[in-house]
Design a protein around this ligand. Structure first.
Ligand code: FEO
Length: 397
C-alpha cells in the first residue's frame, strides 16, 4: 500500500504559499554534484481571483506537491508557470496537468519546446510568454522576465508586483534542505557551493540579470531551491561578489600523489606560499568532495595542479579536476602545474589542452623525475615567488 505523503505548506505573504518539497536525504544531483545538505524543490501557489502555480517539483516528489495543493483546497488551477524545463522543477508537470485539466502552462518558447521533448506537456496545453509580459490574476499581477543562461537557455523569472516578490527559479538558490522558510547566515556556504557548481560558468549572464533585478523593488526572493530571502541583499551582494571580475590572493591546489613525490612537492609549495602571505587551499583528489573544490575556485587568483604521472600522461583524477575547472570557467588569472614522473611523459601538455576555457596566464611548471631534491625545492620556491609577484601586479597581495 502506498502511503499518502504528509502535506507541508508555508505561507509567504497573504495569497502566496510555498507548496514544494524538501528532499532531506538526497545526496547526489545530476549523477555528479554532491548534496551534503539535501535540497528542496520549491513551488509556489499564488491566489488572486485566478490561481497560478510556479514550478512543479522533481518527479519523485509529485505526490507531495499534489497533497500540498489538496491541503489548501485547490480545486482549480488557471496557470502553471514553468520557469525552467529541467525535470527537478517540471517532473511533476504531467500529473499536475492531469489533476487540473483546465490549467494552461506558461513558459518561455524554449521551455515550451523542452517540455514537449521531455514528454511533460503537449503543445496544446502550453502558451509561450514573452519577456516583460504581464499576467493579471485579479489582485495579484505577475510579470515574466526572460533570464537565459542561469543556467539553461529557457529560464524565466517571475515578479509579483503587489508583494514585491521575485521568483528567480534556479538563480540565487541553494541546495539546502531546511525547515526554516527564510535563509539565515548559515545559508551562505550552501549558496556559494551551489553558485560554484551550477552558476559560475555564466558570470556574464549573471551580471546582466543582477543589473535587471536592481531595477525592481524586491522585498522577498523566492528561488526554486533552498530557503527564501526576506533580506534580499544577503544573496544579491554575495552574487555580486562571486560573479565580479575581482579575484583574491588565493591559490587552489588540487593534486594526486601516487608514491609521495608529488605530495612532498605540494607540501613544500604550500608552505612556501603561506610564508609569502598567500592563502592556499590544497585538495587531495583521492578524498576531495568536488563541491568543496568548486567553491574554492570561485575566488582564487591562481590554480596549481599537482599531478602524478600515469603511463605517459596526467593522473586521471587530476585530468578530471582540470576538465571540471574548464567547464566551470572560474575567474582565475594564473595557472601552473607541479608534479613528478618516473620515466617521462607529457603531463603538462595534456593538462594544458584540457583547460582552453580558462583565461589564465600559464606560469612555468615544475615537473621533476622522482622525489624532489634541493634544487627542485628551490624551483618550487621560485614558483611561489612568481605567484606572489603576479598577485602583487594585479593589486591583491
Ligand atoms: Fe534546479 Fe536547472 O534545475
Amino acid at each position: 500500500m502506498n502511503a499518502k505523503p504528509s502535506s507541508l505548506t508555508q505561507n509567504v505573504v497573504p495569497g502566496v504559499d510555498w507548496v514544494g518539497a524538501i528532499h532531506w536525504n538526497r545526496r547526489l544531483f545530476d549523477g555528479l554534484i554532491p548534496l551534503p545538505d539535501g535540497t528542496s524543490y520549491n513551488s509556489y501557489l499564488i491566489r488572486g481571483e485566478k490561481t497560478a502555480l510556479i514550478d512543479a517539483v522533481d518527479p519523485e516528489m509529485t505526490g507531495l506537491l499534489l497533497a500540498n495543493l489538496e491541503s489548501l483546497k485547490v480545486n482549480h488551477l488557471d496557470y502553471v508557470i514553468s520557469q525552467h524545463a529541467e525535470q527537478d522543477h517540471s517532473g511533476g508537470l504531467a500529473e499536475v496537468l492531469e489533476r487540473y485539466p483546465e490549467a494552461v502552462v506558461l513558459g518561455s518558447p524554449r521551455c515550451r519546446d523542452l517540455l514537449i521533448d521531455f514528454g511533460l506537456a503537449t503543445a496544446d496545453r502550453i502558451s509561450p510568454v514573452a519577456d516583460g509580459q504581464v499576467l493579471p490574476l485579479g489582485g495579484k499581477t505577475l510579470q515574466f522576465i526572460s533570464a537565459p543562461w542561469v543556467h539553461w537557455p529557457d529560464t524565466i523569472f517571475t515578479y509579483l508586483k503587489e508583494d514585491r516578490v521575485l521568483f528567480p527559479c534556479d538563480f540565487l538558490g541553494s541546495h539546502l534542505a531546511s525547515s526554516d522558510l527564510y535563509a539565515s547566515q548559515d545559508a551562505y556556504q550552501p549558496a556559494k557551493r551551489y553558485y560554484a557548481e551550477i552558476m559560475m560558468p555564466f558570470r556574464t549572464s549573471i551580471q546582466k540579470h543582477l543589473a535587471r533585478i536592481d531595477g525592481l523593488e524586491v522585498e522577498i526572493i523566492a528561488p526554486s531551491h533552498g530557503p527564501l530571502y526576506d533580506r534580499p541583499r544577503l544573496i544579491l551582494d554575495a552574487y555580486r561578489d562571486w560573479s565580479s571580475d575581482q579575484v583574491k590572493n588565493e591559490v587552489v591546489l588540487p593534486y594526486v600523489s601516487m608514491h609521495g613525490s608529488t605530495e612532498a612537492m605540494v607540501q613544500h609549495l604550500v608552505s612556501a606560499m603561506i610564508d609569502r602571505g598567500i592563502s592556499v587551499k590544497p585538495f587531495d583528489l583521492t578524498r576531495t568532495d568536488l563541491g568543496s573544490l568548486a567553491m574554492a575556485l570561485v575566488d582564487a587568483a591562481t590554480i596549481v595542479l599537482g599531478c602524478s604521472t600515469v603511463l605517459t600522461g596526467p593522473h586521471p583524477a587530476v585530468a578530471h579536476a582540470a576538465f571540471l575547472a574548464n567547464a566551470l570557467r572560474p575567474k582565475a588569472r594564473f595557472a601552473s602545474v607541479i608534479g613528478s614522473y618516473g620515466w617521462g611523459g607529457k603531463m603538462v601538455q595534456d593538462l594544458a589542452a584540457l583547460i582552453p576555457n580558462l583565461k589564465v596566464e600559464l606560469l612555468d611548471p615544475v615537473v621533476i623525475r622522482g622525489y624532489p631534491r634541493p634544487e627542485d625545492r628551490r624551483s618550487l620556491d621560485r614558483l611561489a615567488d612568481l605567484i606572489l609577484e603576479k598577485h602583487r601586479n594585479i593589486g591583491i597581495a
